[in-house]
Design a protein around this ligand. Structure first.
Ligand code: MN
Ligand code: MN
Length: 461
């Protein structure tokens, strides 16, 4: 066999940066600037829903609950409990094409009774949300985002720590001088859930003997938001990393930022939907909450809000198919990130079957743990369809799985949406340091994720 022949049968895999033009490189870098700006302003599920509905309204999308009927060309959105969202472009056919991502990220929520005082310091006790490596969250600036609800029902949006004039919050770790016992411990025991207490203040309220520092923090909260300690128990406040997104590397090829799992997919799928030129099928971008705690609760992928939307759509469109039929016949992408192979910890990955930063969007046939447990194992027929869409649109893509077989594993919402009977496959960019306060993505993968989602929407156009 000649060298040429041999080459043609092998799937040659290499860095996407070697395969793009100078013009595309510019497009990639420009695209990343807008994405970083988006990330810096949208750190919670509620913030994403506000951002997205604002964008959608600017693009001529209307609240579906205000529509009497739907027909081809209509653009609508449906928000659910301020934490989940479906955006739709109505096609000449009611058949759904769905891209679904999640908009919650691991973080530190508050305990119901968070505020304490110890040794002249006021602290907020947290209860972490999602899978975090706890020691990564100490000694770094945190911001406080979320909502407080006053007794009259008024909602106060809280955001402290992201503007340079704002104070930040921090969990103070032990100094190395006194850490000899700490350093003997197992890493999982160095920082425990109960250790994740955030510094809130040090100035005592004058003429008050019991817990004067705590009382001063309560006074400041009252001055600022007109709330009391009971309102704290009702609220939804989240500590998230305060640092803004930055370019990473001397070549600035990567992006370091909090919450890229999974807002990198939420951002690119929303943009792909808005930019899509498809007029045939009905395109849905679905954004769900609570993926990071197992998709439980009424704003998660496992709630009935999707079928509720589908039924509403069916009624307004006046089609013969029920909402369940539409979901059953749908074609979907589960838009979520995967772990990229990390040269510092490559022993947990199979290099041949891992995703590489800079090689494009990853399509994973299956995920799950050892033995494909709890995985959505997509059909080969559907994978082939996705492959041809990506190849026809010159999307740079790769495939792999998350880590070595018996090393662990992870899930997405793919298997939950698959319950409706729809075809679905996982597709999203690889990320380094997933679930950490500073996740790393590749600008090339970001852009080709957008291109891949848009190609999926634009197919059959
Ligand atoms: Mn995810
Ligand atoms: Mn995750």
């Amino acid at each position: 066999m000649t060298k040429e022949n041999k080459k043609s049968f092998e799937w040659e895999r290499k860095s996407g940066w070697l395969l793009i033009s100078d013009n595309e490189r510019k497009e990639i870098f420009n695209f990343a600037e807008e994405y970083k700006d988006f990330l810096s302003k949208n750190k919670t599920e509620r913030e994403f829903v506000l951002y997205a509905t604002d964008q959608l309204e600017k693009e001529g999308f209307h609240d579906i609950l205000k529509m009497n009927r739907l027909s081809a060309g209509d653009k609508v959105f449906y928000t659910y409990k301020n934490k989940a969202l479906i955006a739709a472009r109505v096609g000449s056919s009611p058949n759904f094409k769905i891209i679904a991502s999640h908009i919650d990220s691991p973080r530190l929520d508050l305990k119901p009774f968070p505020l304490t005082e110890d040794y002249d310091l006021a602290l907020f006790k947290s209860h972490y949300y999602g899978g975090i490596t706890k020691y990564q969250w100490v000694n770094r600036p945190l911001a406080l985002h979320g909502v407080l609800i006053k007794k009259d029902g008024k909602v106060i949006n809280v955001s402290i720590g992201d503007s340079l004039e704002d104070p930040v919050f921090v969990i103070s770790d032990l100094l190395p001088h006194l850490a000899s016992k700490q350093l003997e411990k197992k890493m999982s025991e160095v920082i425990r859930g109960e250790t994740l207490q955030i510094l809130m203040g040090n100035i005592p309220l004058k003429d008050d003997e019991k817990n004067p520092v705590k009382k001063n923090v309560l006074k400041l909260l009252h001055d600022r938001y007109d709330i009391d300690e009971q309102d704290l128990a009702i609220g939804e406040l989240e500590f998230v990393p305060a640092a803004p997104p930055r370019d990473v590397g001397l070549d600035a090829s990567m992006i370091g930022a909090y919450g890229q799992d999974d807002r990198i997919c939420a951002y690119t799928s929303l943009k792909a939907l808005v930019d899509s030129s498809s007029r045939k099928q009905t395109l849905l971008a679905v954004f769900v909450d609570k993926e990071e705690i197992g998709s439980t609760g009424n704003t998660s992928a496992d709630s009935s809000f999707l079928i509720h939307f589908a039924n509403l759509f069916s009624k307004l469109y006046g089609c013969n198919e029920s909402g369940a039929d539409l979901l059953f016949n749908a074609e979907a992408i589960s838009a979520d990130v995967t772990g990229a192979i990390n040269p510092l910890f490559s022993d947990v990955s199979d290099p041949e079957n891992s995703s590489y930063l800079g090689r494009g969007v990853t399509v994973e046939k299956f995920g799950g743990g050892g033995g494909k447990y709890m995985s959505n194992d997509s059909s080969s027929e559907y994978f082939n369809k996705i492959r041809s869409i990506l190849n026809n649109a010159s999307v740079l893509w790769q495939t792999g799985e998350l880590g070595k077989i018996d090393e662990g594993g992870g899930g997405t919402i793919a298997y939950i949406l698959a319950r409706f009977g729809m075809e679905i496959i996982d597709m999203g960019p690889p990320v380094l340091s997933m679930h950490s306060p500073y996740e790393i993505s590749s600008k090339l993968d970001l852009y080709h994720t957008y291109k891949g989602y848009k190609a999926f929407y634009d197919e059959n156009n």
